[in-house]
Design a protein around this ligand. Structure first.
Ligand code: FES
Length: 154
């Protein structure tokens, strides 16, 4: 099976039912996307599939087909995505385990809603769990990234 991740095609010899997360981490060796629950409940494995946030632990390889997969490594070539900058400015991570999933969920939100309200951020990020409880900083960073993207586009 051939899948496209971060703009590059990878041929993967594996069971079509294998979760996409396994392909990303164990075959392609991109380790930014994390395994948390394996049940679609924590959001640590969030990647984009054709720009939509999905939980890669619940997507079988056979469902990927020609769709474009983007992982945290492909969000920006040099780590300068507004979210990556605001994440640093707001000192968001504590242990860091869930943060790639958080950023990918936030990036999908800002793509569909570039100027979300605080409530909209909270709702959109609701399913991404953080065991350190960095939720307030996550919300602040998402709002800050939205503002900075808005001010650079004006
Ligand atoms: Fe996929 Fe938890 S590891 S949602």
């Amino acid at each position: 099976m051939t899948i496209t991740v971060n703009g590059k095609a990878y041929h993967i010899e594996a069971d079509p039912q294998m979760p996409l997360l396994w392909a990303i981490r164990d075959f392609i060796k991109l380790k930014g996307t994390k395994y948390g629950c394996g049940l679609g409940q924590c959001g640590a494995c969030t990647v984009h599939m054709n720009g939509q946030a999905v939980r890669s632990c619940t997507i079988p390889l056979s469902a990927v087909g020609q769709k474009e997969i983007t992982t945290i490594e492909g969000l920006s070539a040099d780590g300068t995505h507004p979210l990556q900058q605001s994440w640093q400015a707001c000192n968001v991570p504590q242990c860091g385990f869930c943060q790639a999933g958080q950023i990918m969920a936030a990036a999908a939100l800002l793509k569909s809603n570039p100027s979300p309200s605080e409530e909209e951020v909270r709702q959109a990020m609701n399913g991404n769990l953080c065991r350190c409880g960095t939720y307030l900083r996550i919300c602040k960073a998402v709002l800050q990234a939205a503002q900075s993207a808005e001010s650079t586009s004006n």
